[in-house]
Design a protein around this ligand. Sequence first.
Ligand code: MG
Length: 197
Amino acid sequence: MKVYVDFDRTLFDCEKFLGDLYTLINKYGIDKSLFKECQNQCIKDGFNPYTILDLVKKEHQFDDKLYEDIDNLIKKTNEYLFSDAITFLKYLKDHNYEVILLTKGNISYQNDKVHYANIESYYDKLIVTMQHKGELDLDYQGVFVDDNPHEIKSILKRKVTKVIYLKRENAKYNKIPVDGKVTTVKSLQEIIDKKEL
Ligand SMILES: [Mg+2]
């Protein structure tokens, strides 16, 4: 059985990571609103701090050492995995599921984040895409684990085996209702405990 596992906010604590990224940017005197403004200008390519900072630089000079500091922060993505992420991936591996890490976002930035998370031994395949998850050329016969209601909506348009909607406490999207047949859990640990797979 294939299990499609999302990365951002499923395995990876984006809010904690972005908090540290914004702190770093702020240390270099860059206003968060300018950063956001530049982010909106290049949103079609997905979030990538390097591309955004190249735009920021046209408005506000900063020390290039910031790029190096961001490199170093991205190299620590393994420190930003949720506490149940590795347990869950190990569980999948131990139970012989075919694990496909499926992440939507800027191709280069997502690849880097996943790479430095050091979880390569737990998945069989990595797919990084800018498309919605229901619009891919995939074998949709499998279980999808995702936190993002917009992506779940897209996945539900396909004939899938099961969709697990991960609604972590205080998570970004957990107030958005999802129409359709999904199994809702509050943590990855709950998937193991309740034998949802
Ligand atoms: Mg996500």
